[in-house]
Write a protein that binds this ligand. Structure first.
Ligand code: NDP
Length: 455
């Protein structure tokens, strides 16, 4: 973003220097803070009520950061030691809420960036949820179901004392799906002797919400649909590249197919597949079985569908498309990828993952004035539906699939409206969704913090 005045630029730099000094070894966290500071500090400067309160400085400091040891025994009888975390970032507007990630790359920087983004995202949903995130450097790949169960039980045997339905309600994220949530919930229930809505993403027969598995991917597509509508355009007939092949990518692909778009790529951390005929529902069902049941690699796709191609160690952004949906992981879409997408005529990027585009890539999209939605707005459908799961648990009632889907659509529409309210340039008509999401997310949390005093 181009900062308008020297005075504001100085304030932003001063703030970022302070945050850097305190968090020098946390590059992902600093990246997330920088993206927010550049849009929120100019807004604070223009709005007296936030002056001199150090609100943003308070928001970048977790209310609580917990790390703990997780011991477990693998199938060969060996004792394994992993590190567990829960970052309780901000509870001004509700109990901490945010996923658990199991991936070898998990560390403080990754979880603090995710928790910080989560605060803004949860605020945008309009539901009463604070922000948190947690996880472990445990690598689920190649582990047996029994090993996964033993790890999840060991992890929860410490986490349980820090969470609760009115305190902190974790969900899934990378490496944590329905299977893991089940094991985690089982241990929480045993230790507390309580059946409560302490985790979301539960199975539908034991407190889960219909549409929760689909919600992040569907929501990302609903948001793209809303953005396209501002240009009188639609998803029908568009060519779409998607990265990832996990929960978010699978359901983003499903919704694109339902809306008449053509999905041409999916990926995992080893490479991507390109199917110029389009990944239809049958092919997507194959991918879902491959990833969710067989826990296989995306490269297997080309053995079953030989017309498709597999590109090892590459990302899908080199394929021409109208819409790009990054749904894998942070910083998977860099400046060179953004330039490639733009050169190839891409008109819309809706982030399914958290912070998949680098700040330089975002700047390139904004400079080219294409439709660009940051994850904290476009992937908020997952946590929003988690919020709906919490409500259903409190009511001890289940809404139907259509009811939840309608509410999800409505929430994504509301988030889109808020991005317009705070991000639209009245002169040019350009909607800066990054600015809109950051400021709208900030205002609700900041107002609550002001009302609650210095706590
Ligand atoms: P999954 O574990 O289901 O899938 C993750 C996918 O991303 C896999 O295909 C994985 O490939 C790929 N991936 C992981 N790390 C890398 C990497 N370093 N480089 C390339 N690909 C990688 O996770 P989800 O689909 O749940 O999450 C995907 C993204 O969406 C994350 O950024 C997450 O934070 C975000 N998100 C998820 C929500 C949810 O409800 N699940 C809600 C909001 C955001 P491989 O199998 O090789 O590791």
């Amino acid at each position: 973003m181009i900062l308008e005045s020297k005075e504001i630029k100085k304030k932003v730099e001063g703030f970022l220097d302070l945050v850097k000094e305190r968090n020098s070894l946390e590059p992902e966290f600093l990246q997330a803070v920088e993206e927010v500071a550049e849009t929120v500090i100019p807004y604070i400067v223009q709005n007296d009520i936030y002056h001199g309160k150090n609100i943003l400085l308070r928001m970048v400091e977790p209310e609580r950061a917990i790390t703990f040891r997780v011991n477990w025994v693998d199938d060969s009888g060996e004792i394994q030691v992993n590190r567990g975390y829960r970052i309780q970032m901000n509870s001004a507007i509700g109990p901490y809420k945010g996923g658990l990630r199991f991936h070898p790359s998990v560390n403080m920087s990754i979880l603090k960036f995710l928790a910080f983004e989560q605060v803004f995202k949860n605020s945008l949903t309009t539901l009463p949820m604070g922000g948190g995130k947690g996880g472990s450097d445990f690598d689920p790949k190649g582990k047996s179901d029994n090993e996964i169960m033993r790890f999840c039980h060991a992890f929860m045997s410490e986490l349980f004392r820090h969470i609760g339905p009115n305190t902190d309600v974790p969900a899934g994220d990378i490496g944590v799906g329905g299977r893991e949530i089940g094991f985690l919930f089982g241990m929480y229930k045993k230790l507390k002797n309580e059946f409560t809505g302490v985790l979301t993403g539960k199975g539908v027969t034991w407190g889960g919400s219909l549409i929760r598995p689909e919600a992040t991917g569907y929501g990302t597509v609903y948001f793209a649909q809303k953005m396209l509508q501002t240009k009188g355009d639609e998803i029908n007939g568009k060519t779409v590249t998607i990265s990832g092949a996990g929960n978010v990518a699978q359901y983003a692909a499903e919704k694109i197919i339902q809306l008449g778009g053509k999905v041409i790529t999916l990926s995992d951390s080893s490479g991507y597949i390109f199917d110029s005929d389009g990944i239809c529902s049958d092919k997507l069902a194959f991918v879902m079985d491959l990833k969710n049941n067989k826990r296989g690699r995306i490269s297997s796709y080309v053995k079953t569908y030989p017309n498709a191609q597999y590109f090892a160690n590459k990302t899908p952004w080199e394929q021409p498309c109208d819409i790009a949906l990054p749904c894998a992981t942070q910083n998977e879409l860099q400046l060179s990828d953004a330039n490639r997408l733009l050169d190839n005529g891409c008109i819309c990027v809706s982030e399914g993952a958290n912070m998949p585009s680098t700040n330089e890539a975002i700047f390139a999209f904004q400079k080219a004035k294409i439709l660009f939605a940051p994850g904290k707005a476009s992937n908020a459908g997952g946590v929003a539906t988690s919020g709906l799961e919490m409500t259903q648990n409190s009511l001890r009632y289940n809404w139907t699939r259509d009811e939840v889907d309608e509410k999800l659509k409505e929430i994504m529409g509301n988030i889109h409206d808020k991005c317009i309210a705070f991000g639209k340039d009245e002169k040019s008509g350009y909607i800066d969704y990054v600015k809109g999401a950051n400021i709208a997310g900030f205002v609700k949390v900041a107002d609550a913090m002001l009302a609650q005093g210095i706590v």
